[in-house]
Design a protein around this ligand. Structure first.
Ligand code: PAF
Length: 294
């Protein structure tokens, strides 16, 4: 085990020995690295969960090959372990687990059970085009949870479909872990933080801002007129040189087209800006959310 400021675990033995030493509750933040302030929020929240705030936060860094399609960016996915370790330490993590492929699948992935995510949750949004993506995400999360057995699993809500699928994975398999979603973190211009944002040139970053802008406008229009025009939103994105993969209104939990009137539904979009695929979403509400103040 290398000791650089905080434990960086690699093998299963190193993980097991670290787990055996822990006396407090373990809150787990799975990542694929390239950490940013969105991950910082997950780690900060993870630190606060548990009795007397005495929990430990373990983050994993593993670029999971099972969730990338043949023409996707698996090979190019940003990797900088040392930088991630420094950021993880700064954000408050207690340990990092950065396994190799062989540490996760010692006998090769074909020797292990795979999870098939429910088709009803994958018919729309990213699931419609990224075939097998959420099966790969579900498989790796089930495996990581099995190896770590954390008390809490923290996930960013930026990928809302991933969050909903993993929430159901935990429920359906009765996995003994609490799951907590953390709202999307945005940069000062409103762009949802993502590890892939580092692919964007300055000019593309400016173009990409059309996406959160369109979602914000849709929210306002929905409140005013109880409806929005998806075609208009699509063309406003295209005018900013964004290629629209989808823009859809769905039931926020079932991820199917909304039946009848709902007081809250999901508006989600995926666009390509240059060569970078970006996703974002918002919730359409007919009235402002009720804020409880205590
Ligand atoms: O959202 C991610 O970074 C990944 O999909 C996850 C949850 C770490 C699984 O590889």
């Amino acid at each position: 085990m290398i000791q650089v400021q905080l434990p960086i675990l690699q093998t299963k033995d190193e993980l097991d020995s670290w787990l055996r030493q822990q006396k407090n509750q373990i809150n787990f933040v799975p990542t694929m690295g390239a950490l940013h302030l969105g991950h910082a929020e997950l780690i900060k929240t993870a630190k606060k969960i548990g009795a007397h705030q005495s929990s430990v936060v373990l983050i994993s860094i593993f670029v999971n090959p099972l969730q990338f399609g043949a023409n996707e960016d698996f090979e190019d996915y940003p990797k900088n372990l040392m930088n991630d370790c420094q950021l993880a330490k700064k954000y408050g993590a207690d340990a990092i687990w950065a396994p190799n492929y062989e540490d996760i699948f010692p006998y090769g992935e074909k020797a292990y059970f795979k999870i098939k995510a429910p088709s009803t949750l994958q018919n729309y949004l990213c699931g419609a085009t990224r075939k097998g993506h959420f099966d790969g995400v579900s498989t790796i999360i089930a495996r990581l949870l099995g190896l770590i057995k954390p008390n809490t699993l923290l996930l960013g809500e930026k990928d809302w479909q991933q969050y909903i699928i993993l929430r159901q994975l935990v429920n359906d398999l009765g996995l003994p872990v609490e799951i907590q979603g953390i709202a999307t973190v945005r940069d000062s211009n409103g762009l949802a933080l993502s590890s892939r944002n580092q692919y964007l040139s300055k000019n593309e970053h400016t173009q990409a801002l059309a996406l959160p802008r369109a979602l914000r406008k849709a929210c306002k229009d929905f409140k005013k007129h109880q409806g929005i025009n998806l075609k208009e939103i699509k063309s406003s994105l295209e005018k900013n040189d964004l290629k629209v993969e989808y823009i859809e209104i769905l039931d926020k939990d079932l991820l199917t087209p909304v039946q009848g009137t709902k007081s809250i539904s999901l508006l989600a979009a995926a666009v390509t800006c240059g060569n970078t695929r970006l996703i974002d979403h918002t919730f359409l509400m007919t009235r402002s959310p009720i804020v409880a103040i205590d």
